[in-house]
Structure formats: structure tokens, C-alpha cells
Design a protein around this ligand. Structure first.
Ligand code: 13P
Ligand code: SF4
Length: 327
């Protein structure tokens, strides 16, 4: 048995012992995707984590994804392989300036992208992911002002598509803003038969050159549904593994970055390893722990997102007021 096979066997035994569910995002390394019970985008992972009957959930992704599961299911032990697996969007939306922004716009409703801290979620009215953002925006009453945070590119794309005015927070994904529109244009000329598919965290000029824009699951489905097609893919490289698996006849070309680099790899997602997953199951740590008052506050906008996604009616606060937890 190789060292890797031995590791996989140990993980499988520990998983059984704890009756645990192992969830992975599409951007994880191939070997992590291979041992996961389920693989998905941020919305799917939050939904599956919430619905699961397992007392232990390990989320191989970035920390905010584990937090979403813990916020919605406080009774579960939610493990992450590496607590340092952050996200540039979380770093670029600290709670102090975010609270100040909300107080400067008290009449507005705030849609916050799931790539945010539990504190910023707790200061928001509704959460969205890239797969339900249009539906969430459509549920906001037409007479309300809207704030959108923290991804500027996703906000700008939504604003353009919906025609709704929104004030945007200026955060960005450090991975998706590396793609170069100029080089993409040149690559399109070289491959005129290729379909360009991009994540909405890419900058405007890249999205303008794209045929399909959407969440990781939408991009994967586009590849799956088009046998023998050539694609230029504007998202994190980890998803190529599922794309190739689900459509072996597709030709996949990485969208070009400004500099020749490995910068279409999310450094946070790539912190996770099989070894760290084994240790997390063995020690039941690191685990997501949240102050209960904070968790309850963050659960309101997250649950509102789940309800809208499921087609339910929701109610909205008439005005923003600083929750006691933040005073
Ligand atoms: P998805 O929800 O589309 O999987 O996106 C998550 C993410 O972090 C993209 O960079
Ligand atoms: Fe965050 Fe970008 Fe990594 Fe997604 S790819 S987790 S948005 S840094």
C-alpha cells in the first residue's frame, strides 16, 4: 500500500468512526475531491451541510464555507483542515468599516456575498452566492436602496444585468482579477471556435468577452452539457478536474493571466491536504467556534437566502440598526 493509499484508508476509517460527512469545493486538489462524499459550489456546500444528519461535517474549502454550515447547524461539529484557509474578499471587508458603511446608508438593504466573515454576515440583511445572486436581488422590494458587498465585480455584473442601482463595496478576489482581457482577446482569435466561460468575480472586460458567466456549478454544467466543445475557462484551475471527468471529450484551455504565473490557483483552497484532513478527523480540530449571539445574528440573513432560494416569501427590516452585539 502506498503512503497515499494508507492515508485514504485512515481517513475513511476515522470518517466512519465519527459518522462524518466530508464536503469539498471544486477548487480543492484532485485527491481531496476524490475522497469527498460530495463536491459542490458554495451554495450547495452550505445546503448539504445544513441538511446532513451527520453530527460531524468536515468542509474542505475555505473557512467562511465551514462557518456557513456552523451558523446554520450549531449542533454539528464543523471541522476545517486548516483555519488559515481565508479569502481575499473576507480580508477586504473588515467589520468596523462595514458597520460604518451601513450606518451611512441606514435606509438601504444590504446583500452580502457569502465570501465574508460571520461578523459581516451578522451586519447584513441577506446573503447570496454566485449561483443565486440574481434571484436574491430580484426579491428585494423595488422601492428599496441596495448595498452590495464585498465583491465589486460580482456587484457590477449584477447591476448591469438587472438595471437596479446598487452601491458597491470595493473588494475583489485576488485570483479571478488576475485574468487578462487583452490576452483573452488574443486567445479567442487563436481559437475562434472556443466558448469562453467565466466566474463573475472576474473583472468587467473579461466578463464582456465571455459567452457564459456563472458560479462554479454553472460553469461545470456548461462543460458537461457540451460534448466535443473547446472552452477557455476563467476560473480557478481546481475545477478542471471535474470538468475533465464529466466531459472527457471537451478541450479545456486556461484563461490567460497578466503575468505567466500559477496565480489562477487559490492559495487558500490549496492549503488543505489529505494529511490535514486525517489530523482534523483524528483530533476533531480545528473546528469552527462562534459566539452564540453572533451566530444567531448571522443565521438570519443566511436563512433568508435559503428561503428565497427555495421560493419562500421573506420579510425585510425597514431600517438598519446596530445590533447590541456590536455596541
Ligand atoms: P462558487 O460559489 O461559484 O463555488 O464560488 C466560490 C468562490 O470562492 C469563487 O472564487
Ligand atoms: Fe476567495 Fe478568490 Fe479563493 Fe474564491 S478563489 S476563496 S473568492 S480568494
Amino acid at each position: 500500500m502506498t503512503k497515499k493509499e494508507e492515508l485514504i484508508r485512515e481517513i475513511s476509517e476515522l470518517k466512519k468512526k465519527h459518522n462524518a460527512l466530508l464536503l469539498s469545493h471544486f477548487y480543492e486538489d484532485d485527491d481531496i475531491q476524490d475522497i469527498a462524499d460530495e463536491i459542490g459550489d458554495s451554495l450547495f456546500l452550505a445546503q448539504r451541510g445544513q441538511q446532513a444528519e451527520n453530527p460531524v461535517v468536515l468542509l474542505a474549502g475555505v473557512t467562511f464555507m465551514g462557518e456557513s454550515v456552523k451558523i446554520l447547524s450549531p449542533e454539528k461539529t464543523v471541522l476545517v483542515p486548516d483555519m488559515a484557509a481565508g479569502c481575499s474578499l473576507v480580508e477586504q471587508s473588515p467589520k468596523g468599516p462595514f458597520l460604518k458603511w451601513r450606518l451611512e446608508n441606514p435606509e438601504a438593504l444590504c446583500i452580502t456575498y457569502v465570501n465574508s466573515s460571520a461578523e459581516v454576515k451578522a451586519l447584513s440583511d441577506v446573503i447570496c452566492t454566485s449561483s443565486n445572486a440574481e434571484k436574491i436581488l430580484a426579491a428585494i422590494p423595488k422601492d428599496r436602496e441596495i448595498l452590495f458587498a464585498p465583491d465589486y465585480n460580482l456587484g457590477k455584473w449584477l447591476r448591469k444585468n438587472s438595471g437596479r442601482d446598487m452601491k458597491l463595496w470595493k473588494g475583489a478576489c485576488e485570483v479571478h482579477i488576475q485574468f487578462s482581457a487583452e490576452k483573452l482577446m488574443a486567445l479567442k482569435m487563436e481559437h475562434p471556435d472556443a466558448m469562453v466561460i467565466s466566474h463573475p468575480e472576474c473583472e468587467d472586460p473579461v466578463l464582456d468577452l465571455s459567452d457564459v458567466i456563472g458560479s462554479t456549478s454553472k460553469l461545470l454544467k456548461t462543460v458537461k452539457d457540451n460534448p466535443n466543445q473547446k472552452f477557455i475557462v476563467g476560473t480557478e484551475i481546481g475545477i478542471f478536474y471535474q470538468m475533465k471527468k464529466q466531459n472527457p471529450t471537451a478541450t479545456l484551455i486556461q484563461a490567460p493571466t497578466d503575468e505567466p504565473c500559477a496565480c489562477n490557483e487559490c492559495p487558500y483552497m490549496k492549503l488543505n491536504t489529505l494529511e490535514k484532513i486525517k489530523m482534523a478527523f483524528k483530533t476533531l480540530s480545528p473546528k469552527i467556534e462562534l459566539n452564540e449571539d453572533l451566530r444567531k445574528l448571522a443565521a438570519l440573513p443566511l436563512q433568508r437566502m435559503m428561503d428565497i432560494t427555495d421560493g419562500l416569501e421573506v420579510s425585510w427590516p425597514s431600517k438598519f440598526e446596530t445590533p447590541a452585539y456590536f455596541k
